[in-house]
Design a protein around this ligand. Structure first.
Ligand code: 2RA
Length: 292
């Protein structure tokens, strides 16, 4: 039986990862490690650690595992590191790959909905405003939220991550850069606005999408629903409903009243599952099934 080492297994992502790995159809022996434990030999290593710890750990784990899956943001934009959502771009993993990055949660929801459209339309521009759950900010933010007088209670806070010189936040830049990389659309314009809302689990995005061609609304729902991992069934879906579920839900599809090449949609998904641990587990499962 193949072995998977989970580093940072005591942290919030690590604990979820252990739960997810227990759901795998392809069984593997899972070995939990702390973030500072000395790396051991396993077939796959999953790093559920923050950027700087992942950076150090990856160097130490290299050579001790055939594949390393990193859940942090550290390596996502490295040109030689595939940034993978298995239902979209498992092909980015090549014979030279040893390190694979799992994307940011918000980006994941967006690209799951855009990927099936990319096959039929020339996607030019995606505006989005996110409505991101408290749990996305980790233990610290959850503790803050549970404190009387927290800024995040009954409020919307338009700041996720850190503000960069350009005025974008790090979360907004992830939405731009990671979308381009995963969809292999280096020129798509992504216009992001990210906001924290008082929802505990599940991120949502309101998206306005512009293509070169007019959208055919009679086939749009079926086209989006054809994406594995996406539910697009004509019903309205909310974050509460998405909590604890695997799919990315796409709803409120509609065409601009004037410009037929513009559509709107609402995306909601469990940020801790498809936005994190589930995607990491699916990468591991893909590797076990195809690369050993
Ligand atoms: C957040 N996207 O929700 C982040 C977590 N990676 O804060």
């Amino acid at each position: 039986m193949k072995t998977i080492g989970v580093y940072g297994a005591n942290g919030s992502v690590g604990r979820l990862m252990l739960k997810e790995l227990a759901r795998m159809k392809t069984k593997a022996e899972v070995k939990p490690f702390g973030r500072t434990d000395t790396p051991q030999t396993t077939d796959i290593a999953i790093l559920c650690t923050d950027d700087e710890v992942s950076y150090e750990l990856a160097a130490k784990v290299k050579g001790k595992a055939k594949y390393v899956i990193d859940m942090s943001a550290k390596f996502r934009m490295y040109p030689d590191v595939p940034l993978v959502i298995p239902e979209i771009n498992a092909h980015a993993i090549t014979k030279d790959t040893w390190l694979i990055a799992s994307p940011n949660c918000t980006t994941t929801g967006l690209v799951m909905a855009l990927n099936p459209l990319k096959k039929r339309y020339t996607l030019e521009e995606a505006f989005f405003c996110s409505y991101q759950a408290i749990s996305g900010g980790g233990k610290k933010l959850i503790e803050d939220f549970n404190t009387e007088g927290s800024l995040f209670r009954a409020n919307c806070v338009p700041l996720i991550g850190t503000i960069k010189e350009s005025g974008y936040t790090s979360e907004e830049l992830k939405g731009l850069n990671e979308t381009r990389k995963i969809l292999e659309l280096p020129k798509i314009k992504v216009r992001p606005h990210t906001v924290r809302v008082p929802v505990m689990i599940s991120h949502s995005l309101g998206v306005t999408l512009r293509a070169k061609e007019d959208f055919d609304m009679s086939t749009l729902q079926a086209l989006i629903a054809s994406q594995p991992g996406v539910v697009c069934d004509g019903k309205i879906h909310t974050p509460k409903e998405a909590e604890g579920k695997d799919p990315v839900y796409v709803s409120r599809l509609r065409q601009d009243t004037e410009d037929k090449n513009i559509i709107y949609m609402w995306i909601t998904f469990d940020n801790l599952l498809k936005g994190a641990a589930l995607n990491g587990r699916q990468i591991a499962e893909y590797l076990l099934e195809t690369k050993f």
